[in-house]
Design a protein around this ligand. Structure first.
Ligand code: PBG
Length: 330
């Protein structure tokens, strides 16, 4: 049957009807809020390219965690801005490192938050690469032991989920073995499995001070042109023991999210990254876009594509908007 018997507009007539037939409902339940922890106390420095996002010392970070919890956001992911950087990124696995202290603070305060930690070396190395560098090359295998050590130190501090984002081959397996041997067989791994070499990470590198001092990350992060390779990366990470997998960035990679969702039976996570956030904020500030409307549309699209969990800097804003609207709609 076709028009005039069939009229799709009938179900779009009122908001009540539209609400009933809506296929995707954005909710805070799958949100993860990214946070940046730095040394000191009373420090709260706004990231200039990410309005509303701060580098914070542990005390201020904890305060914001209380707010995140009160807003009904279930999880945070932590990034560290260390005191000192060196060739090997040794502060990454220091028991007194910023991330380790931040995790302990959340645990001590008994907040009801899932604490995810990003495991990578780029924030901690003097050269800004995600692995050991020798003769201008990022070495794969020697880096694995350092990542495993970092993951184990996050586990000891009380992390709930370990999320390696370095893109070295074999790192999920190396981290899994180290966690198992260290008595953390129950700790899940969220692998940044399909992580593309993206210009959308620009503002994050200001936030985490992790810009590479030479070259770029093309020898380890994925080429944006490749989709089949993403499926292979996901399959490999799952074979090595990943419990959840991530596609990153989100907005320009919705096709990848969908393909991964259709092929694998594990939770699919998407990272709505810093550059995606910065674009919306900048346009909204100029009055060029309606921020609320566009943010909801973007998050709906990411979930519609198949991601049930979304890392997003918009998490607090969306939670507030949804709370203001009793019907869970903005
Ligand atoms: C660390 C890491 C990056 C991001 C998350 N973990 C930056 C990078 O790979 O350069 C980016 C997140 C964002 O842009 O919001 N390797």
């Amino acid at each position: 049957m076709t028009y005039p018997a069939v009229r799709p507009r009938r179900l779009r007539r009122t908001e009540a009807l539209r609400g009933m037939v809506r296929e995707t409902r954005v909710s805070t339940r799958g949100f993860v809020y990214p946070m940046f922890v730095c040394p000191g106390s009373g420090v709260r420095t706004e990231v200039s390219s990410m309005p509303g996002v701060y580098q914070q010392s542990v005390d201020c970070f904890l305060e914001e965690c209380r707010e995140v919890e009160a807003l009904g956001i279930p999880a945070v992911i932590l990034f560290g801005v260390p005191e000192h950087k060196d060739e090997r990124g040794s502060e990454a696995w220091s028991p007194t490192g910023v991330v380790q202290r931040a995790i302990e603070a959340v645990r001590q305060a008994q907040l009801n938050l899932v604490v995810i930690t990003d495991v990578c070396l780029c924030e901690y190395t003097s050269h800004g690469h995600c692995g050991i560098v020798e003769n201008g090359q990022v070495l794969n295998d020697p880096t694995l032991a350092l990542l495993a050590q970092e993951a184990l130190s996050h586990a000891r501090a009380g992390a709930d989920i370990i999320a390696p984002s370095d893109m070295m081959d074999g790192r999920v397996g190396a981290i899994r073995s180290a966690l198992d041997a260290g008595g953390f067989a129950d700790l899940p791994i969220l692998a940044y499995a399909a992580k593309y070499c993206s210009g959308f990470y620009g503002p994050f590198r200001e936030a985490a001070q992790s810009e590479p001092k030479f070259g770029d990350r093309r020898s380890y992060q994925m080429d944006p042109a490749n989709a089949r390779e993403a499926l292979r990366e996901v399959a490999l990470d799952l074979e090595e023991g990943a419990d959840m997998i991530m596609v990153k960035p989100a907005l320009a990679y919705l096709d990848i999210i969908r393909q991964v969702r259709d092929r694998f039976q594990v939770p699919v996570v998407a990272y709505n990254v810093s550059g995606e956030y910065a674009m919306v904020k900048a346009a909204a500030r100029n009055g060029w876009l309606d921020e609320k409307r566009v943010v909801m549309e973007i998050l709906t699209a990411i979930q519609r594509a198949g991601a049930e969990i979304v890392l997003t800097y918009h998490a607090k804003d969306v939670a507030r908007w949804l709370a203001c609207d009793g019907r869970g709609r903005v």
